[in-house]
Design a binder for this molecule. Structure first.
Ligand code: PLP
Length: 460
């Protein structure tokens, strides 16, 4: 029963809600976990149990939950102007101010902003922008795009097709394949083999160039890349990789689209990771999540002067969403950015993120932990059966889920993804909370390792 309503929320949910990315059999068996309240890095369920949410909502609660200032801003804007559309030539204060602020924060000449309702709609807009821009620039055949294996760019028809995580493409669904191509993920743990990081990087760049030549340089219009591949397993590219991929793009008039839905707004200690972390100037940045820290659904496609200039003239940009530039969502995003600035959360994320890396890195001493990777407040633990040969445990053991469950029983939420456990806590996380995450996760991994060994599984 929910303390809020006296209604059986779990039963109502179970009877009527189709959750994103749900597994029917397990959901029918286990039902939902009802979350009732949040403050800072903590969540409370409907039984009053507290969890430290190291998942950060879903890579998004950057400033932490339960901030009165955010609630007041949202309430005040809802009262003043809850909605007016931004189609054609209408605007509202928060929408215009947020566009200007994002132009200020984004690197280089990314001075133009198309507001959306979340990450998928931002990346979907960028996908549509590729053909639109290229045609405006007199290159009508450059409509093909290239993305990478192990990428996730959203859940709309186009964006799920651009992404390519193993297990995402379900036989029951349809996907777009025409004009969408994939190259290897820059996975330094699994794909590198015997090669040095530099050799691996050379091979990835060569593969990209070969793919462009195969499709035809006059046909490829855009390249999509998360600076660190998030849901694909926190894949950190080899040194220099993104810069060299961007140089190839530039040589062939291919738009470099940085999907910063996860890496933006402080997760790596910067507003955006492309330039500040990786030295890459993208043509388009897509962002969402930390843009409002999850207080309101909102996303943005931020694009260059070059694209803007090419589009000008007697033509329509016939694309956009009813809730683009939503005044309440924009007001929340502006307040969120103000809080990140005022509280110095980028500096804090850099410092506490380094501590998080160091503390979780120690888990590599455990027999089942093959790799701890990521940067700052975006980390992942890869669990394996045999570290020497990086052999995986059988899928049906569901090791990531078992560890997440063992952690949850101890009051810690980490995200299971196959054999991985992924973490992206709020930027406001403190060193003692990082210690709690590291210690609790260690206990959970040890507990699951012991269970597996007892069941006759060889680990180590
Ligand atoms: N791009 C990346 C890198 C993401 O991780 C996500 C969501 O996790 C998306 C796009 C889609 O964002 P949304 O779920 O807000 O549509």
């Amino acid at each position: 029963m929910s303390a809020d309503t006296n209604l059986d929320i779990a039963a109502l949910d179970k009877a009527h809600a189709l959750h994103p990315w749900t597994h029917f059999e397990s959901f029918v068996r286990d039902g939902p976990l009802v979350i009732e309240r949040g403050s800072g890095c903590s969540l409370w369920d409907s039984d009053g149990r507290e969890y430290l949410d190291a998942v950060g909502g879903l890579w998004c609660t950057n400033i932490g939950l339960g901030r009165r200032e955010m609630a007041e801003t949202i309430a005040a804007q809802a009262e003043k102007l809850a909605f007016s559309n931004t189609f054609v030539d209408m605007t509202n204060g928060p929408s215009a101010l947020l566009s200007a602020k994002l132009a200020e924060l984004a690197p280089g000449d990314l001075n133009h902003v198309h507001l959306t309702t979340g990450g998928s709609t931002a990346v979907d807009s960028a996908y549509r922008m590729v053909a639109y821009y290229q045609r405006c620039a007199g290159r009508p055949d450059k409509t093909h795009v290239i993305a990478r294996d192990s990428s996730y760019h959203g859940s709309s028809f186009a964006t799920i097709s651009i992404g390519k995580r193993s297990g995402d493409k379900m036989p029951e669904f349809e996907y777009l394949s025409e004009g969408i191509h994939h190259v290897s993920a820059p996975d330094c743990y699994r794909a590198i083999g015997e090669r040095s990081e530099a050799e691996f990087c050379d091979d990835l760049v060569a593969e990209f160039e070969a793919t462009i030549n195969e499709i035809g340089p006059d046909k490829v219009g855009g390249f999509f890349a998360e600076p660190i591949q998030a849901s694909g397993g926190v894949v950190v590219p080899p040194e220099g990789y993104l810069k060299r991929m961007a140089e190839v793009c530039q040589r062939h008039d291919i738009l470099f689209i940085a999907d910063e839905v996860v890496t933006g707004f402080g997760r790596l200690g910067h507003w955006f990771a492309s330039w500040d972390e990786f030295g890459v100037q993208p043509d388009i940045i897509c962002c969402a999540k930390g843009l409002s820290s999850g207080y309101q659904p909102i996303g943005a496609m931020i694009f260059s002067d070059q694209i803007w200039d090419a589009m000008q003239g007697d033509r329509w940009y016939a694309s956009g969403f009813t809730y683009a530039g939503h005044p309440v969502a924009c007001a929340a995003a502006l307040k969120n950015i103000e809080i990140i600035e005022r509280e110095g959360l980028l500096v804090h994320a850099t410092k506490v993120g380094q501590y998080f890396e160091d503390r979780l890195g120690q888990l590599e001493n455990l027999p089942m932990v093959g790799d701890v990777r990521g940067r700052k407040l975006m980390l992942c633990v890869e669990n394996v059966a045999d570290k020497a040969i990086k052999a995986l445990l059988p899928d049906d053991l569901d090791v990531g889920k078992r560890i997440a469950d063992a952690a949850e029983a101890r009051g810690l939420m980490v995200r299971p993804m196959g054999h991985l456990n992924v973490m992206s806590p709020p930027l406001v996380i403190t060193q003692p909370q990082v210690d709690f995450v590291a210690e609790t996760l260690e206990l959970a991994i040890k507990e699951v390792t012991d269970q597996l060994v007892r069941d006759g599984i060889r680990i180590g």
